[in-house]
Design a protein around this ligand. Structure first.
Ligand SMILES: N[C@@H](CCC(=O)N[C@@H](CS)C(=O)NCC(=O)O)C(=O)O
Length: 288
């Protein structure tokens, strides 16, 4: 569990906040996952939108509560928690109904979620290659300098290397390397392997762990949603997974968190059209 230590927190005012405060962004996949969880449990929470487009997450204030500069962050009665999966596991203990982590499966679930989180940078790679496709570097050298130096730089009292990994991701756009077709292909391949395994599981059960919906379904729902947006041919390659996705998507607790504002929907459709004209869709690049 990643609850920050006192010394990690520079923005001290949150220490006196009461209740559940969530720092999130509408289009962030990890934030969507957390909001679906909160919906399913009918948990009341106070919303703090972090404007990622305007790099509010790199501000000293935000880095003062999340030394990694990532969303989401939970502040619960003055305790600060980062890492979306750890936040889910933490909240499950406080709000056990309805159960989304089956009793006795806590350790196994932590492992399964860690495995899912390991693909997060691949998800971001595919998002930036096929969904957002920015024209220039999303973050400047100046932004990254601020990012590197603000905040405590520690998590649970230890120097945190996670920020270096983030900075390396953004740096590739500044150096002009960007996301090559090869790198994108490798990320698609990883998802293809995972999705094939999920497809196998879903052949004889409605949810990934059996008859009941769990946080694992929520976590993979979010990844599947982003991959679909990137143009991954799910119905053709993994029909059970595609139907599982559609079933959950029919529920308002899920649908409202992944609904796109019309301008974003239009913008992403234009990007997909441009990629199709250039013969550079996800399917074409990955050779699926
Ligand atoms: N492992 C982290 C990943 C969080 C993460 O990467 N969040 C993204 C949004 S989905 C973010 O904050 N990106 C910052 C940015 O775009 O500058 C978690 O699960 O909370």
């Amino acid at each position: 569990m990643v609850q920050l230590a006192d010394a990690d927190i520079i923005t001290r005012e949150v220490l006196s906040w009461e209740g559940i405060h969530i720092f999130h962004h509408p289009l962030s996949s990890c934030s969507q996952k957390l909001r679906i969880f909160l919906n399913l449990k009918s948990i009341e929470w106070q919303s703090h939108v972090v404007d990622l487009q305007n790099k509010q997450n790199l501000s000293p204030w935000y880095l003062g509560i999340n030394p990694r500069g990532l969303v989401p962050t939970l502040v619960h009665d003055g305790a600060v928690h980062i890492e979306s999966n750890d936040i889910l596991v933490y909240l499950e203990q406080i709000f056990p109904a309805p159960r989304l982590i089956p009793v006795g499966m806590e350790n196994q679930m932590t492992e399964l979620l860690r495995h899912e989180d390991d693909l997060h940078l691949d998800l971001r790679t595919l998002s930036f290659k096929f969904v957002f496709a920015p024209h220039g570097p999303p973050k400047s050298e100046e932004d990254l300098k601020r990012y590197a130096t603000a905040g405590s730089g520690t998590v649970q009292g230890r120097r945190d290397a996670a920020k270096d990994e983030q900075i390396a991701f953004w740096q590739q756009f500044i150096t002009g390397v960007g996301i090559s077709d090869d790198v994108a292909r490798q990320s698609v391949q990883k998802f293809h392997t995972e999705f094939a395994e999920l497809e196998r599981r879903l052949a004889d059960r409605p949810y990934l762990l059996g008859t009941n919906l769990t946080v694992l379904d929520i976590a993979w729902f979010i990844y599947a949603n982003r991959l679909l947006l990137a143009g991954y041919p799910m119905m053709r390659l993994h029909p059970h997974l595609a139907l599982w996705f559609q079933r959950m998507h029919q529920r308002p607790e899920f649908a409202k968190e992944v609904a796109l504002p019309p301008p974003a929907e239009q913008h992403f459709a234009e990007i997909r059209r441009a990629h199709a004209m250039a013969g550079k869709t996800l399917e074409q690049i990955a050779g699926l």
